[in-house]
Design a protein around this ligand. Structure first.
Ligand code: NAP
Length: 283
């Protein structure tokens, strides 16, 4: 029977945290400063509240501080932009996270684009995307960075592979496709208007699912030996791939939970530590 490799993001994140803790302590010892991640949450979406809490807990675990800013549901784009500008100016803040999604009346992209590139530790600014795509020095979009970190850690070959990314959102599908392309994969990006999705997925050596629909990718679509990366996280702790049935066909997979999610938080924290190290002249 096929025993696929589990691409365990949870354990990997826990191991990387040990190193982050040492780096944070070094910053404190040398400069007497503590890295600070500012998290902005607008409204009371329960999933977002949980994510922000998890990010705050991760800061505490590595010895960083998190500055939590809660804004009411009715906040306007202008008010949110003003808050971001304030955090850009704040010398004690090293990273800024605007929790996605914001309420529908807010121009989210305009807000993302206000974040100072040097503090864009979640990698959501359009210029961050452009620089990352062109392989210039930049922070990286956290979830795609998490996926790439997992694939590299487990020595999954990317170069020359046929990779199908399902989803093209600015924070996930699009940037992960660019990162995979930069690693010399042949990348196909699918979306809601894609025809013959099943046939396209059937050709893939690696599938990255970023759709936001529970168990959307069916086991019958999966080629024998395929690597499955499930970025989805839906109610009931299920991803975007029908992993239960697809596992026996794949060679490796990210579990849900415990795969991409924990490493996303880790990448956010890691880039905040890096931001502090840069600002303080330690790297
Ligand atoms: P999103 O903004 O809603 O984007 C979903 C994408 O899926 C869109 O590009 C959409 O196509 C495509 N899509 C929808 N229906 C489709 C269909 N029938 N066939 C093919 N493509 C289809 O979602 P997102 O923010 O990228 O998030 C995707 C998933 O990842 C969600 O489950 C979310 O919870 C999860 N997520 C996880 C993390 C983490 O850290 N683990 C972080 C962020 C998000 P169109 O562009 O044509 O509409």
């Amino acid at each position: 029977m096929n025993t696929p490799l589990i691409l365990d993001g949870k354990t990997l994140a826990a191991n990387i945290e040990k190193d982050l803790k040492v780096r944070v302590q070094r910053i404190k010892d040398i400069t007497n400063e503590t890295p600070v991640l500012a998290t902005i949450i607008v409204g009371n979406d329960p999933a977002s509240v949980t994510y922000v809490k998890m990010k705050g807990n991760a800061c505490t675990r590595v010895g960083m501080k998190s500055l939590k800013i809660e804004m009411p549901e009715e906040t306007s784009t202008e008010e949110l932009i003003e808050k971001i500008r304030e955090l850009n100016r704040d010398k004690n803040v090293h990273g800024i996270l605007l929790q996605h999604p914001v309420p529908g009346h807010i121009d989210e992209m305009a807000c993302f684009n206000e974040i100072d590139l040097l503090k864009d530790v979640d990698g959501v600014n359009t210029n961050t995307f452009g620089r990352m795509t062109m392989q210039l020095d930049s922070f990286k979009c956290a979830t795609p960075y998490s996926i790439m970190t997992i694939l590299k850690h487990y020595n999954i070959q990317i170069e020359g592979k046929d990779v199908v990314v399902i989803g093209r959102s600015p924070i996930l599908g699009k940037p992960v496709a660019m990162m995979l392309l930069n690693e010399n994969a042949t990348v196909t990006i699918c979306h809601s208007k894609t025809k013959d999705l099943e046939d396209i997925v059937k050709r893939a050596d690696i599938v990255v699912a970023a759709v936001g629909k529970p168990k959307f990718v069916k086991a019958e679509w999966i080629k024998e030996g395929c690597v499955l990366v499930d970025a989805g996280y839906n109610q009931g702790n299920v991803g975007d791939i029908d992993l239960e049935n697809a596992i026996e066909k794949c060679s490796a997979y990210t579990p849900v939970p415990g795969g991409v999610g924990p490493m996303t938080i880790n990448c956010l924290i890691s880039q905040t530590v890096e931001s502090a190290e840069r600002k303080l002249g330690l790297i």
